[in-house]
Design a protein around this ligand. Structure first.
Ligand code: SF4
Length: 489
């Protein structure tokens, strides 16, 4: 049994497909946890009231799965441990596996959690079936665990299989087991989530994506499926599910122009649906923008993250100029592609003035949507180490973050020293992005902006208005997802 909260999880769908291929039965217990902070809303009182842990435990009590596997981000680690404790209490023979970015960042801590029987560091595609076999053998399991796996020993202590290996040939993987989520939440199938590549070459200091490559030395961090393999998955998906849009979850979809050329022709011929993807200011030129437009790309998210080049380069390790960022957004807009820009607030050194400079910068750029996230310190990231060294966060903060209290990016994250004027800036920036350009410029320069509430709710309401304004293709998807709670776990 996989136990997930917050959103469809492609990693879990891949592991489920591996488990099935090895002859195991799989099931899913899923809590959409709409107010749990993984999506836009972090409202603890509502999250507690709507929590589905008791129903997940009831499922475990009736199914008595051999293994309950949890995919853990920092934001849901504490929830996963609590849910794992409930599952163990309901079904004592069930083995608990933990995997995902948080255990990858702090494997000693995760493997030592009293409820954990084994953890997987990095990608577990090539080891998950072995983990299941070894769990079935119980104390008789012999030999070291496979690479990247840490197991509790029956007499106490932990055995490790050494550093993980990243999957080098993505075409060798079975297609993800989409039915696991789609049967629980049928509305998810309208926006088909897929990855044509894994890994990212950019190494931003705050991003946990950099960890996988570092924990698997010698592995190629960026791996790509062939266009044929990616298209075959989409052809099969289109025949089986009700797709309205394809959502490429590649970290940066536009990295490889030659690949895109080969892919686009087949996509237009066999799939021909609008698609969403992520790009990066340093990975988009006019030819690439033409190609994605030609293929049907209708919505792109691009991380700009700061309007201060030095801050962006030195603190975030993102190396491109403001001109490059402006040009990338313009290339997309000129082609009629809806552009959502990500910005990070609360970076060490941020002030209200810096955030106002950013607001003016984005008002010149005019993306269709501006999403401002609060800097969130994830364990193992370079920015967290720097913040500890410079005193921006303390040892106590580190302990809180490593135990799963990193905070959520919409509701304050890990940024310290926020003044009320700074707290209101995400809403100010969202409001400016909704207003016409000249009106927004006047608003930003007027004292009126101080009337905007410094609350996360105000920011969320403005994002909601913006979603309607731009006919956000994820709007109804999110509403249906919100309503899906009735059907799960
Ligand atoms: S470009 Fe995106 S995915 Fe890649 S390291 Fe930076 S933040 Fe992470």
């Amino acid at each position: 049994m996989f136990v997930c909260m917050g959103a469809e999880n492609l990693g879990v769908e891949y592991l489920a497909a591996e488990a099935r291929a090895a002859g195991h039965e799989v099931s899913l217990a899923f809590d959409p946890a709409v107010f749990g902070g993984q999506l836009m809303w972090d409202i603890p009182a509502l999250a507690r009231r709507l929590d589905l842990r008791a129903r997940i435990a009831a499922r475990a009590a009736s199914e008595k799965p051999d293994v309950a596997a949890f995919s853990c981000l920092s934001g849901n680690y504490a929830w996963a441990l609590a849910a794992a404790g409930d599952v163990k209490a309901a079904s004592p023979s069930t083995k608990i596996f933990l995997g995902g970015p948080h255990p990858t960042a702090v494997p000693e801590r995760a493997a030592s959690e009293p409820v954990a029987d084994a953890i997987a560091v990095g990608e577990a595609d090539s080891t998950f079936a072995m983990m299941l076999e070894r769990a079935g053998e119980g104390p008789r399991a012999v030999g070291d665990p496979p690479p990247g796996v840490w197991e509790k020993l029956p007499g106490g202590g932990i055995a490790t299989g050494g550093p993980p290996r990243l999957v080098s040939d993505l075409d060798s993987l079975p297609f993800p087991a989409k039915d696991l989520f789609y049967e629980r939440v049928p509305s998810l199938q309208s926006h088909y989530m897929i990855m044509s590549a894994r890994g990212c070459p950019y190494n931003c200091s705050y991003c946990y994506k950099s960890l996988e490559a570092h924990c698997a030395p010698g592995s190629n961090p960026v791996r790509r499926r062939s266009p044929e393999n990616t298209l075959q998955e989409l052809r099969e998906a289109k025949a089986r599910w009700r797709l309205r849009m394809v959502v490429f979850r590649d970290d940066v979809f536009t990295l490889n122009r030659k690949w895109l050329e080969r892919f686009t022709e087949g996509y237009r011929r066999d799939v021909a649906l609008p698609y969403f993807c992520y790009t990066h200011p340093a990975a988009l030129d006019a030819g690439t923008a033409d190609l994605i437009k030609e293929g049907g790309c209708s919505f792109v998210t691009i991380g700009v993250q700061s309007a201060d080049e030095a801050q962006r380069r030195e603190i975030l390790n993102r190396k491109y100029t403001n001109d490059q960022a402006r040009r990338a957004v313009a290339l997309l807009k000129e082609r009629g592609i809806t552009v959502s820009v990500d910005h990070i607030a609360g970076i060490p050194g941020d002030t209200e003035e810096k955030l106002m400079d950013a607001a003016r910068f984005y008002n010149e750029m005019r993306p269709d949507r501006l999403l401002t996230f609060w800097l969130t310190y994830y364990p193992g990231t370079r920015i967290m180490k720097t913040a500890l060294e410079t005193g921006a966060i303390t040892e106590k903060d580190r302990e809180r973050i490593e135990s799963g209290g990193a905070g959520h990016r919409y509701s304050g994250g890990g940024a310290g020293g926020l003044t009320p004027a700074m707290k209101r800036m995400p809403a100010v920036m969202a409001l400016a992005s909704i207003l016409p350009k000249r009106m927004a410029a006047r608003f930003l320069d007027s004292p009126l902006r101080r009337l905007v509430p410094a609350s996360f709710a105000a920011h969320n309401i403005l994002l909601f208005v913006n979603a309607i304004k731009i006919k956000d293709p994820f709007f109804m998807y999110n509403i249906w997802f919100f309503l899906s709670r009735k059907r799960v776990p």
